[in-house]
Design a protein around this ligand. Structure first.
Ligand code: SIN
Length: 507
């Protein structure tokens, strides 16, 4: 079968390698160079190796707890059951995860994990090590690679995905296929502040929406709590807090315990909101204090963070460093079953572009590389099986996005959209703010010309996703997980665990 994989992070490369190994003719299409994207930047690791007191069940429980009870338990079961094989596969493909002096895998702990169960490589360079190994593995095969190609749309025939349309520089191209696997990542550039590299503009989700695929949970955007508060966004791994670093207010007090009994190791959404509120009340960034870990340990365990913070003028072994939250990960995306199938026959989605149900309302740290590997492999296995339609458990929401339009205070630019999303569809949301944002976004959408250049296509994708995200956030009137409505914090109207939340079909 001819298979096109769009995207070259851990999910896409795993899917491509497995599909190739199963005898399919695979083409990987990627927007930058092979391996560019979020995976390569990942400092956190891969969760899924269990010490003597730990188990798959406890990992599953932590995942569901972090997801505020909205994870699909079946998807979580698949994640933890397949995890060890995928970590073993990464090792076999050459990823040198860090080991103890006796040669066992070194297990780290991150927020909201009840046990140390995360493997890292190069201390805080896990994603780079995984990317290097998978890119080398792909280069070693006959898989065709098309670089610097932007996905503009899916090709549909008889309601099924039959290839992709691409923009390569100024040239349009069509790549026919029997199956398409989307692995295009998330949409961090919806926001003014993000850990995601340039180019993370939600192209795959937008193409799926335009094709009529079901998309859900876009309101669940994870904001990482600790980004260095000066210069270009640079993430300070949660593993630093896992090793014992603390968060301090301007009086030197550990304020995180005011919000949650687990303090700095509470789920990410809780810590991010605590930081945002504290920073607003003191009108200055809060500080991350890692000084107790000492210069030698910091340099050995976190070589990348150590180097970059020093380049930026900080000595984190002596002084606490200023940190602030930024958009990091999208829990929602294209709705899939346990094998990556979407609601469009022939179209699969894996990794951050997908809504597998694993993450619920908030992703547990170091579950994303794991999810990419697990579901990338599963989608490749499903290529050989007859297509099975996904049963959606709940119908599309009654209330569609309001079509009211506000004359925007400024003309559309990507920066204006990102600032609007940060202000009104960010960490702390209100119904009025969301409705206002949506009206402005509708106004921009109504007046925009059809995109021609790659940057204009990205802008159109961001605008489509911004509308879908604001609309989903407006529709979910209770706070849950990463979706925090300061005007309505009651939880009584939440769907019960495991039910599929509202589906967006098109916006
Ligand atoms: C981190 O190292 O804090 C990020 C890990 C993740 O996003 O899972």
């Amino acid at each position: 079968m001819k298979v096109v994989v769009v995207g070259s992070g851990i999910a896409g490369l795993t899917a491509a390698l497995h599909a190739h190994e199963r005898g399919h003719a695979v083409t990987v299409v990627t927007k930058g160079r092979l391996g560019d994207g979020c995976t390569g930047l990942a400092q956190g690791g891969v969760a899924g190796i269990y010490g003597p007191d730990d188990s798959m069940q406890q990992h599953a429980d932590d995942t569901i707890e972090a997801g505020a009870g909205l994870s699909d338990p079946e998807a979580v079961r698949v994640l933890v059951e397949d995890g060890a094989s995928r970590i073993a596969e990464l090792i076999a493909r050459g990823v040198a995860f860090d080991r103890t002096p006796s040669g066992r895998l070194q297990l780290g702990r991150e927020a909201a994990h009840s046990h140390p169960r995360i493997v890292h490589a190069g201390g805080d360079a896990t994603g780079a090590a995984i990317t290097a190994a998978l890119v080398a593995a792909v280069r070693d095969t006959s898989i065709t690679v098309v670089e610097h190609a932007l996905l503009t749309d899916l090709i549909l025939a008889g309601g099924a995905a039959r290839g992709v349309r691409l923009l390569i520089g100024t040239a349009h191209a069509a790549l026919p296929a029997d199956a398409v696997i989307l692995a295009t990542g998330g949409a961090g550039h919806l926001y003014a502040h993000t850990t995601n590299p340039a180019g993370t503009t939600g192209d795959g989700i937008a193409a799926a929406l335009r094709a009529g695929a079901a998309v859900a949970d876009l309101e669940f955007v994870q904001f990482h709590p600790t980004i260095l508060a000066t210069g270009p966004a640079f993430l300070i791994s949660e593993a630093v807090r896992g090793e014992g670093a603390t968060l301090l207010d301007d009086a030197g007090r550990r304020f995180a315990f005011d919000s949650h009994p687990d303090g700095e190791l509470a789920p990410r959404d809780v810590v991010s909101r605590a930081i945002a509120r504290q920073a607003a009340s003191q009108d200055a960034p809060v500080r991350l204090d890692a000084t107790m870990l000492g210069a030698e340990r910091l340099a050995a365990r976190f070589p990348t963070i150590d180097r970059v913070t020093r380049e930026r003028g900080f000595d984190w072994s002596r002084d606490p460093i200023p940190v602030t939250p930024a958009a990091h990960y999208l829990m929602g995306g294209v709705v899939t079953d346990l094998d990556g199938r979407t609601t469009i026959p022939g179209l699969f989605a894996v990794g951050e572009v997908a809504r597998t149900g694993v993450h619920g309302a908030n992703r547990l740290a170091s579950n994303s590389l794991l999810e990419g590997a697990v579901f990338g492999a599963r989608a490749a296995s499903a290529l050989d099986l007859p297509w099975r339609a996904i049963a959606l458990e709940t119908p599309p929401p009654a209330g569609r996005a309001p079509e009211d339009v506000d004359t925007a205070p400024t003309a559309f630019t990507r920066t204006a959209l990102q600032e609007l999303m940060w202000a009104e569809v960010g960490l702390l949301r209100t119904g009025d703010g969301l409705a206002r944002a949506l009206r402005i976004l509708q106004g921009w959408a109504a007046s925009g010309p059809a995109p021609t250049t790659p940057a204009e296509h990205e802008d159109a994708n961001l605008l489509l996703l911004a509308r879908a995200t604001a609309s989903a956030a407006l529709a979910r009137t209770a706070s849950v997980g990463a979706h925090h409505r300061v005007d309505a914090v009651a939880r009584e109207d939440l769907p019960s665990t495991g039910t599929l939340p509202p589906i967006l079909e098109t916006v």
